[in-house]
Design a protein around this ligand. Structure first.
Ligand SMILES: Nc1ncnc2c1ncn2[C@@H]1O[C@H](COP(=O)(O)OP(=O)(O)OP(=O)(O)O)[C@@H](O)[C@H]1O
Ligand SMILES: [Mg+2]
Length: 496
């Protein structure tokens, strides 16, 4: 790609970027939130047009004006914000737009597509699953696997993965990396966008860094290290990623007793006090998100007790949860966390509109604007204005808007499900600092995370879940990666 330029209104997302990808290699694309990584790749994948520049594939000018053009040029992209058709099955999603048509009266051959899809899911990503399963019944990690299978099945030579591991656990990352190695051995090339340093050094041959829509540099991975890379991305060195300080715990804010939900989890009991940050570790599918959703009232539990500040409460809906001072930063930005077609302002104030009302029912626009502005600034949301639609923001900036929304409600109990998913290194440490600040103010935080360093770095205590059961509680002095992983894969703490 040569001198690619792209503007969105007044925002210059790309200011003349060069990018070169070699056959059979993994090329990492890095940079802060909003640097232009996804935009550059969407252009290559035909999702987005460009204003100026040239794309050459196999040394021939490639005219890419649509996704179809890109696919015929051998480019497939797995998007940062997965966009499957939720009401359709796995097979229908994989074959979307190129359904197998057979017979004298041309009809879609579901039998064939199901069989193919099941085989591909099994052989390529090791997932034994009914291809008729609707996408909406899968979790993020499973959806991602479907998207990967879809890209492979399109016969792509160039596969773009935009933050593919942001929602999957370490075992699944291993699987993905094995898959990537297999693909490169077959001469395919992978463009890999991620904010996770360790992954980048593990998997990539070459690294290109963008900053504010410009190329900072490109080099072989073996010539770079963490410090050099961070400096290229942020323009300065960064020390102390986890600023966790111990806060003397206060009264019990949340106590959960024998919480259960059919087929999801049971016998979940734990306590969190003022000033504490507790981590919830486990593999994808362990039931952590379901427990969080039950406490918040999004998908209420069937049995058990929830006590807030020592009082038993009934939480049957998110409105109940919010009333009890609970906030839930969900893992899924697109479906649950944000209203993509609304502005940054409307998203930030959404969970707390009473606060901006005059006479109890009319929104005071001036106050609403001021507050939204304040929080958007506090969280360093990069956008032309607070009226920008959230759907137009880069992934990391969308995450910041969700955090801003919940912090603006001034909750006591904050549940964060994968809070730094898709957040760049600089902004990550800002979020950790903010979590510490909230704990210091006497709030408590429950952090669900699949990133071990983050769980270790930020928690006062770690609860490990496996198959919907609590397998162990570890105090700070007992943190041990091996034990926690063993617990996560089903061993109870006593068995260790
Ligand atoms: N459809 C759009 N309309 C308006 N602005 C956009 C649109 N898409 C992207 N932008 C802007 O272009 C810039 C680059 O965004 P991009 O999504 O490429 O960033 P990124 O490097 O992928 O960041 P992240 O790590 O957060 O995903 C941002 O300022 C973003 O707000
Ligand atoms: Mg992006």
């Amino acid at each position: 790609m040569k001198q690619i330029k792209k503007s969105f209104g007044s925002v210059q997302a790309l200011r003349g970027v060069d990018f070169k990808l070699r056959r059979g290699t993994v090329h990492a694309l890095m940079g802060e939130n909003g640097a232009g990584k996804s935009t550059l790749m969407k252009i290559l994948a035909g999702v987005q047009g460009y204003d100026e520049g040239e794309i050459r594939i196999n040394d021939k000018v490639a005219v890419i004006g649509s996704v179809r053009d890109a696919i015929s040029a051998g480019v497939s992209m797995i998007h940062q914000e997965l966009s499957p058709v939720l009401e359709m099955s796995i097979a229908e999603n994989i074959f979307l737009g190129r359904e197998k048509i057979t017979g004298r009266f041309p009809i879609v051959n579901s039998h064939f597509m199901n069989k193919e899809a099941a085989e591909m899911m099994k052989n390529q990503v090791g997932m034994d699953i009914n291809p008729n399963t609707k996408m909406k019944d899968l979790n993020v990690a499973q959806m991602q696997m479907v998207e990967i299978v879809k890209a492979i099945s399109q016969g792509a030579d160039i596969i773009i993965m935009d933050e593919p591991t942001s929602a999957i656990t370490e075992t699944e990352v291993e699987k993905l990396f094995a898959l990537i190695r297999e693909l490169t051995e077959k001469g395919k090339s992978i463009i890999y966008i991620s904010h996770k340093m360790d992954e980048i050094f593990q998997i990539s041959d070459e690294i290109t860094v963008l900053r504010d829509g410009e190329l900072v540099g490109s080099d072989l991975a073996k010539n770079l290290d963490d410090t050099k890379l961070i400096k290229m991305m942020v323009g300065r060195e960064l020390n102390e990623v986890y600023p966790k300080v111990k806060v003397e715990p206060g009264e019990v804010l949340l106590e959960v007793k024998n919480l259960g939900k059919t087929d999801k989890f049971r016998d979940i009991s734990f306590k969190v006090c003022r000033g504490e940050i507790v981590g919830f570790a486990g593999l994808v599918g362990a039931g952590r998100t379901e427990v969080a959703e039950a406490i918040f009232g999004f998908k209420p539990a069937d049995n058990g007790d929830i006590c807030v500040k020592g009082k038993s409460v009934k939480i049957k809906s998110p409105a109940d949860g919010i009333k009890e001072g609970i906030a839930f930063v969900s893992e899924d930005r697109k479906e649950v966390g944000l209203n993509l077609i609304s502005s940054i302002k409307d998203n930030i104030t959404l969970a707390n509109l009473e606060k901006y009302c005059a006479c109890n029912f009319i929104i005071n626009n001036r106050v609403e604007k001021e507050k939204a502005q304040e929080y958007s600034k506090q969280f360093n949301v990069k956008a032309p204005s607070i009226n920008t639609k959230v759907g137009q923001l880069s992934g990391g900036n969308q995450q910041k808007v969700i955090l801003a929304k919940w912090v603006s409600c001034d909750p006591d109990i904050i549940i964060m499900d994968e809070p730094t998913r898709g957040i760049d290194v600089g902004a990550k440490s800002e979020i950790y600092r903010m979590m510490c600040e909230l704990a210091k103010q006497g709030k408590c935080i429950i952090m669900i995370s699949s990133e071990m360093p983050e769980v270790f770095g930020m928690s006062d205590r770690i609860y490990v879940l496996s198959h919907g059961r609590l397998k162990g509680v570890f105090d700070k002095s007992e943190f041990d990666q091996e034990n926690i992983l063993a617990c996560a894969s089903g061993k109870s703490k006593e068995e260790l």
